[in-house]
Every structure is written in C-alpha cells, then in structure tokens.
Write a protein that binds this ligand. Structure first.
Ligand code: HEM
Ligand code: HEM
Length: 178
C-alpha cells in the first residue's frame, strides 16, 4: 500500500503521535485537529461544482439559441464571470488537495483514481477557460467552437461529479482513517 512506503509509517487517517493525543505534522508542526485543514479542499471543490452546474445551465441557453434557434436570452457576462470563477476555483482547489496530500502523507497522486482523474481534468479545465476567453475577445456568430467549448465543459462537469464519489472515499479512508 502506498502509505506503507519508507521508514515513516504513512497510513490513511490523521497521523497520531505515540501517546495518541496529538497529531504530528511534518516540519515540526503539530495540530490537535489536523483534519480541519483537510476539509477545505472537499468543501471548495463541492461549491465549485455547484457553480459549474449553474454556469452549464447558463451555457445551455446559448446552445438553445445557436443550435435549436430558440429565442432565449443568454446572460453572456454572468456566464463569463461565473464560468471563470468556477474553473479557476476547480484548478486551484485541486492544487490545494495535492498540497495537502503531500504535506500530510508525503505523496503525490497516491489516492488512486481520485488523484488520476484530477490530473486528467487539468487540460479540459484549461481548454474550457482558453476557448471561453477567446470567444469573448473575438465575438461573432460561431457554432463549431461554441459547441466544442460546451462539450469540453460538459466533460469537466461529469468528471468533477465523479470526483465527489471518489473524493468521499478518500475523505473516509485517508482523513477519517476508516
Ligand atoms: C463551468 C464552466 C463552463 C461551462 C459548463 C460552460 C458551458 C457553455 C456552454 C454549454 C455553452 C454553449 C455552447 C453552444 O452553444 O454550443 C457556452 C458558451 C459560451 N461560453 Fe461557456 N462554459 C463554461 C465556462 C466558460 C468560461 C470560463 C468562459 C469565458 C471565460 C466561457 C465563455 C463562453 C462564451 C463566450 C460562450 C458563447 C460562445 C458563442 O456563442 O460564441 N464559458 N459555454
Ligand atoms: C466534493 C468533491 C471532492 C471531495 C470530497 C474530495 C476529497 C479529497 C480529499 C479528502 C483529498 C485529500 C486531501 C485533502 O483532504 O485536502 C483530496 C485530494 C485531491 N483531490 Fe479531491 N475531492 C473532491 C473534488 C475534487 C475535484 C473536483 C478535483 C479535481 C479537479 C480533485 C482533485 C484532487 C487531487 C488532485 C487531490 C490530490 C490527490 C493525490 O495527490 O493523490 N478533487 N480530495
């Protein structure tokens, strides 16, 4: 198991000192409740996913207008601002999760499918951002790039939703130790 590697006993769940009363942290720090910080990444990611769901709903209005020729209003500016917030938060939240895993368990991508899917998400998130910014800068009636952008971000959304399931497992096993 990855947490058995090396001299140190690295195991899922907070590190507990010999007395079992305090959790020992690397760099000489020790907190009585280490799992408090380990809660930040899951909460940020969950909120970002909720926001991304709403941004997708806004994008669907553009889809209806462009491809289904329905007369609907697309709140362009709101989609842009909230889309940026959602994707940047997903990306930085992910880096935060990786940093936590490194600090607490001294490993990189050691949580199995959760870490791997996180890495797979990076190019999709970046493409979602770049294509959105490009379409905003060079405004014109376009269908193909808008569709690719929408599909790409649908992939982001689906993969991020699977991260909720695998992330709950990571939280239970690594953080709660059960
Ligand atoms: C969670 C993130 C996002 C989702 C789920 C999303 C989804 C969508 C969808 C479904 C469409 C309609 C595509 C179509 O009509 O075929 C769309 C259009 C658009 N999105 Fe996003 N988007 C996201 C983030 C962004 C970001 C970060 C930006 C800009 C920085 C952006 C800018 C745009 C623009 C400008 C359009 C209209 C393109 C056009 O009609 O020319 N989106 N988006
Ligand atoms: C609600 C959803 C999620 C939950 C419950 C969750 C849970 C966790 C937990 C408990 C950790 C261990 C570190 C920590 O607690 O800070 C972690 C690490 C990580 N998470 Fe998440 N996460 C979620 C969503 C996401 C998403 C959407 C991404 C990608 C965009 C992601 C990417 C990662 C990565 C890359 C790591 C480091 C893994 C490693 O180095 O092995 N997580 N996550």
């Amino acid at each position: 198991m990855p947490w058995d590697k090396g001299q140190e006993r690295l195991y899922p769940g907070p590190r507990v000192s010999v007395e079992g009363s305090r959790e020992e942290k690397p760099f000489g720090f020790s907190y009585s409740k280490g799992s408090d910080v380990l809660f930040i990444h899951p909460v940020i990611q969950f909120l970002s996913i909720l926001l991304a769901l709403y941004v997708f709903y806004l994008g669907l209005q553009r889809f209806r207008f462009l491809h289904l020729h329905q007369k609907v209003v697309f709140p362009w500016k709101r989609h842009l601002v909230l889309g940026e917030i959602a994707l940047v938060a997903l990306l930085t939240g992910m880096l935060g999760g990786m940093a936590m895993v490194y600090v607490y368990w001294r490993g990189v991508i050691m949580t199995g499918i959760h870490g791997k899917v996180g890495l797979v998400l990076v190019p999709f998130i970046l493409f979602g951002l770049m294509s959105g910014l490009y379409m905003n800068r060079k405004k014109k009636q376009r269908r193909v790039l808008a569709l690719i952008h929408g599909l790409n971000n649908l992939v982001v959304l689906i993969l991020a939703l699977t991260q909720v399931v695998s992330g709950s497992w990571v939280y239970r096993v690594f953080v709660l130790g059960g």
